[in-house]
Design a protein around this ligand. Structure first.
Ligand code: GDP
Ligand code: MN
Length: 417
């Protein structure tokens, strides 16, 4: 029973984290990703970023005259895929048409399968030379945690969601494990291009493309480099038509130049606040806010909330030292979510003493003027003293003794809310 609940919560967390690139990975826009890839010799169409219809028109004029292309493509720049189907990718045959499309696109809210129902507002565009596409493919590199290696994935199903391909037609997806010591071997890049059914000029260009992409991926410490679609043109060229790059946040200190690429307007404002205070926060859609130290305990706490008939409103790990400041910051972030009906604090005072945490909670509760029931379970050094402090505080703080008791108290708090 408990085990099953555990799995549920892990699934929940994993889902929340996967569908939400922060706090694990910094995401950037397509045009920024393409600029980086170009420096590593990855073939990318010529493109210009535009913040207004006027800029889009100028960009289109420049591309028409320099690239001699028949069309330009106007692409909404948001941190989400699926723009094509949602009207965020349009072709223009003239600079005037690019102007009109840009006028419509800038300021519009794009709703795609990756944005959630609220969608994302378009603030920037990429105007790019149009390509003479013959075929679309998929190429992606990411870390495979089960083998502790980078995995190169290629598929003949370009433009499709790769998760769907993996599930429904796995024979169309080739995965190649890359040895971290040797890096990508040329036979592996050839195997990938062969799998895509390419020949001649297209084959050679694809091999070079894949090798350059892998070099870029490792050099910039990316967590994901995904090209969907990769296209081959009738002229035998190979290009990245789309580019999704996520950085490994733990390696960003080695790439200070990438920090300025962060576009905070694309991120969840609450998660941005949380990351400023070094809190690991992921927003979920339940009604019980929780504040916990340690990811393992946080997951167990989410199970407990579920068991008590509630749904976790968030994942929040305040880290090893639950200081009064982090507790206060944590409360503020949890309270900014209007769905929250009760808060559960579950902190193990091993390094930090429970009485200090209790002091921090009381101080924060007074300062913020907490109006919701807060169930507090503190275990570890000086736990009895902490419990007494909470009980004597005269605030809406309910101390709990053990997990079971905490679950019961969450349940009754929800029932009377
Ligand atoms: P996503 O939908 O957010 O993943 O955006 P993409 O950049 O992948 O673009 C979606 C689709 O638009 C692609 O699969 C292409 O079919 C089409 N597209 C994008 N750029 C071009 C281009 O230069 N020429 C043409 N003809 N189609 C394009
Ligand atoms: Mn795409």
């Amino acid at each position: 029973m408990l085990f099953a609940q555990s799995e549920l919560s892990i699934e929940l967390c994993v889902h929340a984290i996967v569908s939400n690139p922060r706090p694990n990975n910094m995401n950037i826009h397509e045009y920024q990703g393409k600029d980086i890839l170009r420096k590593f010799g990855v073939a990318v169409p010529k493109g210009i970023v535009a913040y207004s219809p006027e800029e889009a028109k100028l960009a289109a004029e420049q591309l028409f005259s320099e690239q001699n292309c028949a069309v330009v493509v106007v692409k909404a720049q948001i941190h989400a895929g699926g723009r094509g189907k949602a009207g965020g990718v349009k072709l223009a045959k003239s600079a005037e048409e690019a102007f009109d499309i840009a006028q419509e696109m800038i300021g519009m809210t794009l709703v795609t399968h990756q944005t959630g129902a609220e969608g994302k507002e378009v603030r920037r565009l990429l105007v790019e030379e149009g390509m003479n596409i013959e075929k679309e493919f998929y190429v992606g590199i990411t870390l495979d945690r089960s083998t502790s290696r980078n995995v190169l994935m290629v598929s003949t199903e370009g433009g499709m969601e790769i998760e769907k391909v993996a599930e429904e037609s796995p024979e169309r997806l080739l995965k190649i494990q890359i040895d971290p010591l040797y890096g990508i071997q040329s036979f592996q890049a050839r195997e990938a291009a062969f799998f895509l059914g390419l020949q001649g000029e297209q084959f050679r260009n694809a091999v070079n493309f894949i090798s350059a992409l892998y070099t870029a991926y490792t050099a910039i410490d990316a967590a994901i480099a995904e090209i969907n679609p990769l296209v081959v043109t009738k002229e035998g060229k190979v290009f990245a038509l789309d580019a999704k790059i996520n950085f490994d946040d733990n390696a960003l200190y080695r790439h200070k130049e990438f920090l300025e690429l962060r576009d905070i307007s694309e991120e969840d404002p609450f998660e941005v606040e949380a990351s400023k205070s070094n809190l690991n926060y992921v927003r979920l859609d339940g009604n019980v806010g929780c504040m916990v130290n340690g990811a393992g305990l946080a997951m167990a706490t989410m199970d407990m909330i579920q068991l008590a008939g509630g749904k976790p409103a968030n994942f929040l790990d305040v880290g090893g030292s639950a200081s009064p400041q982090t507790v206060e910051e944590g409360f503020k972030i949890i309270l900014s979510d209007k769905n929250v009906k009760a808060i559960l604090v579950n902190i193990f005072g091993g390094i930090v003493r429970c009485d200090r945490v209790a002091g921090g909670i009381i101080e924060a509760a007074k300062k913020i003027g907490l109006h919701l029931p807060v169930i507090v379970r503190l275990e570890g050094t000086n736990a009895p003293i902490a419990q007494k402090m909470l009980d004597d505080s005269g605030l809406n703080l309910v101390s709990a003794n053990g997990l079971r008791d905490a679950a019961k108290k969450v349940q009754s708090a929800l029932a009377s809310s």
